[in-house]
Design a protein around this ligand. Structure first.
Ligand code: AMP
Length: 179
């Protein structure tokens, strides 16, 4: 099986979670399979091997698991982007829109040196609200956001295109149609 089909088949889909109409793409089945986890991390890293990447920024919470492994592979640092109220030091925050209402994510104000090359990592991009907010935070701190990387893209929701429109390349390992 090719890598796409392989990874796609090990991601579990939970219909109507957390609410009706959403097909939740559950990567715990991928993470729990040693070979698939390694393969996903290798594939995320591959285009950047040999490039100088200073930091991996991971989005809470599944972006931490993938981002930590990618940071290790690239000998980069790791920066957590968290839900409001979780980071202990001085933070910069941004509000972003969800399907219903607003949410807020934060980063430590001193997490990045201006000009550092940063890869953004999360498990999945849907509408792109979360990733766009994260990019806004990183750019505010002077980061050079080299690319945004995801295991899963839901292209029908347009998020990846939104990121590309900001001038940032997007890498996603598999796609699912619909929500
Ligand atoms: P968005 O801001 O719309 O791009 O949503 C992305 C964030 O919500 C990511 O952190 C995902 O983990 C989570 N998410 C959104 N839709 C799904 C879905 N269908 N299955 C699993 N996670 C999702």
């Amino acid at each position: 099986m090719n890598i796409q089909a392989d990874l796609k088949s090990i991601i579990r889909t939970i219909p109507d979670y957390p609410k009706a109409g959403i097909q939740f793409r559950d990567i715990t089945t991928l993470l729990g399979d040693a070979r698939s986890f390694r393969r996903a991390v290798d594939e995320l890293v591959q285009p950047f091997a040999g490039q100088k990447i200073d930091q991996i920024a991971g989005i809470e919470a599944r972006g931490f698991i993938l981002g930590g492994a990618v940071a290790h592979q690239l000998s980069a640092g790791f920066i957590p982007i968290r839900k409001k109220g979780k980071l202990p030091h001085i933070t910069v925050s941004v509000a972003y829109s969800l399907e219903y209402g607003l949410d807020e994510i934060e980063i430590h104000q001193d997490a990045i040196q201006p000009g550092e090359k940063v890869l953004l990592i999360d498990d999945l991009i849907a509408t792109g609200g979360t990733a766009t907010g994260a990019i806004e935070l990183l750019r505010k701190l002077g980061a050079d956001v080299v690319a945004a990387c995801f295991v899963i893209d839901l292209p029908d929701l347009g998020g990846a295109q939104k990121i590309r429109d900001l001038g940032i390349p997007v890498r996603a390992l598999v796609e699912f149609s619909g929500h």
